[in-house]
Design a protein around this ligand. Structure first.
Ligand code: NCD
Ligand code: ZN
Length: 334
């Protein structure tokens, strides 16, 4: 197979930032093969209300009129059931929950899920999705660090699903075999997103190499194998959420580097490259363009994109942002 035409992709987890950075990255979304994306709300200040989300969407549409932006609110103590209804009426897609302090701009994150029952009930009733960064904060007394933070979160996910069985919940950017097993075992309203980079990386790839450092961190080879396995088998509740998360070079190449890997402008070539090496290119379209919209009840995209098996060097930088696999050559391009 030297050419592959698939429906244009949906990216169910994307960071598009603000101001100058937004001007660089928003126009690159479509180039990466994505026609519709879920925009993360961890801006400064966070996207807290439907009004914030609509304003942000307007700014993004002005920069990338050929992309559909699905907006999210940041789960904050101020969020009320009434505000959830307003957001639903305005077409907001979902609410994103960051446990406090686990990643970039999560200082205002959640400390206690129990405090949000009324909000989750309203979301369940209104059909808003709950998108969860599934890590517990590191805690030396409880022996929690970045390597087991996701696994330690899974009981919380099980409890939430038990209490709100009709709420669509997405465990974002899964990185462990345990998370894959957990999501598989839960009901039809629970799904997971998988990034392009977590299909490639393990601990050895980010320890000492800041450009591959992101949250949650890539884990053991057997964890990566579980992610590869679940996308190659074509499980319908595992689909693309790139978590493309740009940071300026100086913030990555620093003694205290920011978490985040920038994949958006070459997202489909990265994935075609990986799926080809795994021998499951026939599963790519379901992963990027079918399973996610089916889970969320969105219409499938009518547009297509064509990928070709032709060498493509990854640029050293886009403006001030170093992309994933910079300087390497991909097997596929679009
Ligand atoms: C994200 C960012 O930079 O906004 N970073 C990351 O490593 N993934 C935040 C997030 O999604 O965790
Ligand atoms: Zn993210």
């Amino acid at each position: 197979m030297d050419s592959l035409t698939i429906p244009i992709a949906d990216d169910f987890h994307l960071h598009l930032r603000q101001d100058a950075m937004m001007h660089v990255v928003a126009p690159l979304v479509r180039a990466g093969g994505v026609g519709r994306c879920v925009v993360m709300p961890n801006t400064t200040p966070p996207i807290a209300t439907a009004e914030d989300a609509i304003r942000y969407r307007g700014a993004l549409e002005a920069l990338a009129p050929d992309v559909e932006f699905l907006m999210t609110l940041y789960l904050l103590p101020e969020l009320t059931p009434q505000a959830v209804s307003t957001a639903a009426a305005q077409g907001v897609f979902g609410v994103k929950c960051y446990p406090k302090g686990v990643t970039t701009n999560s200082e205002s994150g959640t400390e206690d899920f129990g405090a949000y029952d009324a909000v989750f009930s309203a979301m369940e009733a209104e059909g808003l999705a709950l998108l969860i960064h599934g890590e517990v904060p590191s805690n030396a007394e409880k022996d929690v660090c970045v390597l087991n933070a996701e696994a330690r979160f899974l009981p919380e996910l099980e409890k939430l699903h038990g209490r709100f069985p009709k709420l669509r919940i997405v465990l974002e950017h899964v990185t462990t075999a345990k998370a894959v097993d957990c999501v598989k075992a839960l009901g039809s309203t629970v799904a997971a997103t998988v990034t392009a980079h977590h299909l490639d990386l393990t601990v050895d790839d980010w320890a000492g190499r800041n450009h591959n450092f992101c949250k949650p961190v890539a884990k053991y080879p057997h964890d990566r194998d579980a992610l590869r396995q679940v996308v190659c088998e074509g499980h319908p509740r595992f689909f693309l959420g790139s978590d493309s998360a740009p940071h300026p070079r100086s913030a990555k190449e620093s003694a205290c580097g920011c978490a985040g890997v920038f994949t958006s402008p070459l997202l489909l070539p990265y994935l075609a490259d990986t799926f080809d090496r795994l021998g499951c290119l026939d599963r790519l379209a379901d992963f990027t363009s079918t399973f996610g919209c089916a889970f969320h009840g969105l219409p499938p995209s009518a547009d297509t994109i064509t990928l070709e098996r032709r060498a493509q060097p990854v640029p050293a930088a886009y403006g001030d942002i170093v992309p994933y696999r910079a300087g390497q050559t991909l097997l596929w391009q679009r």
